[in-house]
Design a protein around this ligand. Structure first.
Ligand code: SF4
Length: 186
């Protein structure tokens, strides 16, 4: 399925099918191997950070401060690149001008990939929901796995969102994930 979305500034983004993976796509993954892979993925999550407004300060505290020590959860907050990232955190106000760039860089992340939307602005537009230039939630351009509410959420709230995502990854059936229809964002 293909879809296209047009923003107020005239830019467009299209949705398309993602590439599939051979071994997993075959649907013949033994359960112990699935569990082992899921546990490995759960505790080695490289994060790609999109700090777009004030929520980014809280995200920075969660990822960079020794007080929260996010690496104890198995999160690697180092690469400023989508190429090695496992999950994306969008924190702050997503504007219609920025939305196509968020989508483009999300497409450059390898599968399987996940998205956390942090804060009211990223969740639904927040205090700017009726602005002509603000996207009403980043889930209009990329599929979101976890929503962290708040304006802004505290770093602990983001950490809880990460732990919930890790629980989801642990229980994921990789074969099922690739057998179903691709996630299409219209
Ligand atoms: S949700 Fe609140 S704190 Fe976060 S970016 Fe929007 S206005 Fe700023």
């Amino acid at each position: 399925m293909h879809g296209e979305r047009e923003f107020s500034n005239g830019s467009k983004i299209s949705s398309r099918k993602g590439n599939s993976m051979g071994l997993v796509e075959s649907g013949k993954m033994p359960k112990p191997l699935t569990k082992l892979l899921n546990m490995s993925r759960r505790y080695s999550m490289w994060v790609y950070q999109w700090g777009l407004a004030c929520c980014a300060i809280e995200m920075g505290a969660a990822f960079a401060s020794p007080r929260y020590d996010v690496m104890r959860l198995g999160v690697i907050p180092l690469p400023a690149s989508p190429r090695q990232a496992d999950f994306l955190v969008v924190s702050g106000t997503v504007t219609d001008k920025m939305a196509p760039a968020v989508r483009r860089l999300w497409e450059q992340m390898p599968d399987p990939k996940y998205v956390i939307s942090m804060g009211s602005c990223a969740n639904c537009g927040g205090p700017y929901w009726d602005s002509y230039s603000v996207t009403k939630g980043v889930d209009q351009v990329v599929p979101v796995d976890v929503y962290v509410p708040g304006c802004p959420p505290r770093p602990e709230a983001l950490l809880e969102g990460i732990v919930l995502l890790q629980e989801r990854i642990m229980n994921e059936d990789m074969a099922e994930r690739w057998k179903g229809d691709p996630i299409v964002v219209e």
